[in-house]
Ligand binder design. Sequence first.
Ligand SMILES: [Zn+2]
Length: 477
Amino acid sequence: MAPQLDAYFKQVEASSEDFIERLRKAVAIPSVSAMDEHRPDVVKMGQWLASELKNLGAEVELRPLGKQPHKEYLDLPPVVIGRYGNDKKKRTILVYGHYDVQPALMEDGWSTKPFELSVDEKGRMYGRGSTDDKGPVLGWLNVIEAHQKAGVGFPVNLLMCFEGMEEYGSEGLDDFINEEAKKYFKDADAVCISDNYWLGTEKPCLTYGLRGVNYYSIEISGPGQDLHSGVFGGTTHEPMTDLTKVLGTLVDTDGTILIKGIKDFVAPLTDEEKSLYGDIAFTMDNLYESLGSQTGIFPDKERTLMGRWRYPSLSIHGIEGAFSAPGAKTVIPAKVTGKFSIRTVPNMEIDPVNELVIKHVQDAFSKLNSKNTCKVWCQHAGKWWVASPKHWNFTAAGKAVEHVWGVKPDLTREGGSIPVTLTFEQATGKNVLLLPMGSSTDAAHSINEKLDRRNYIEGTKLLGAYLHYVAEEPMEG
Ligand SMILES: [Zn+2]
């Protein structure tokens, strides 16, 4: 039976100006985690969030995470954890978000002051953190408030985990989650993260997969110092020549990874999975618009989305030590380091992929018969994540989307990584759902970041509706 949501929805409408004010206050605190001088603001933002939650009657704790690695003079901002409701007969949903933001300066090209929420005539609410991730975090607070004001019973117990270092690699959070999974978070029946975006602007989505990434460096060195090609060209093995040849063996122009054995790891496409792609609201023009060109590899949407989400890709990012300035410098660089990464998918495990890559590079280099030296290593790696979109957590969210937006959501994956997703899944052993609020045009991390009023208010309805549907889903699995 569909839950009765009218009273709740009406209240969200009635409170929408208050909710926007709440976002305005949050955006006004420049909680930039990457900048030392803003650390007090990040802490202030955590405290503000905690006090808002307390005012709503939630249990709240600010948990310290110790000193910041490599910057021991800085304390990490606290994790804000909270609980709203403790009824053993209800399900418990653990939600995650972050209250820190990316840096933002007027001179980067913002049209409005980044830390003042400014709402234009189309309802676009500009401000750093509006969509990433203050809007979604406050969405959960709005849900609690609207239930209270409308006198509607809260359908689940809510556990909350809001961190202040997400935009700086979530320092300290993995250990914290692993530690608390069997303590503070032990009652969680499922996890919901609202920290990504719709694929487009009109159709909501539920996200069930993310690619991982293995990042590599190849260092080739020989001469003791940089040389002049007029003097030494033709007399020595040149590191740059070797490196470009080795890099050239990694990937084809159509994106095919040329490292032997990689594609054997890739899980085959099933008919069921394939069927999810047809309905997705995405066109080749969407791709061309975001690319700013028509240089797509595949002619069709399905294969394009699969290329982004469910197949691995290899990208060459740059060469450290190479001459890259304008002009015509005749240097022979003595040491160059090529950087490339592989976006990984099921079932590419980190170590076996590393073994294949390192062997491939060493073999390719040795075939050159060069007297230079080649080193290759994996700089960092994070694993992919895929959840079952058939789990009740997804079913509930799907019904909530239909109720609020009147359409079935797209089931999407993402080509990038949100490492905390996998941490929550592994630490709690529970299903994790990514339930985005904002749309593809929100410009998270960029200038003129915004959240549409519609996405914020309907998004608040959605988060609440999701909890009601969660309470009604039969529980198996
Ligand atoms: Zn974010």
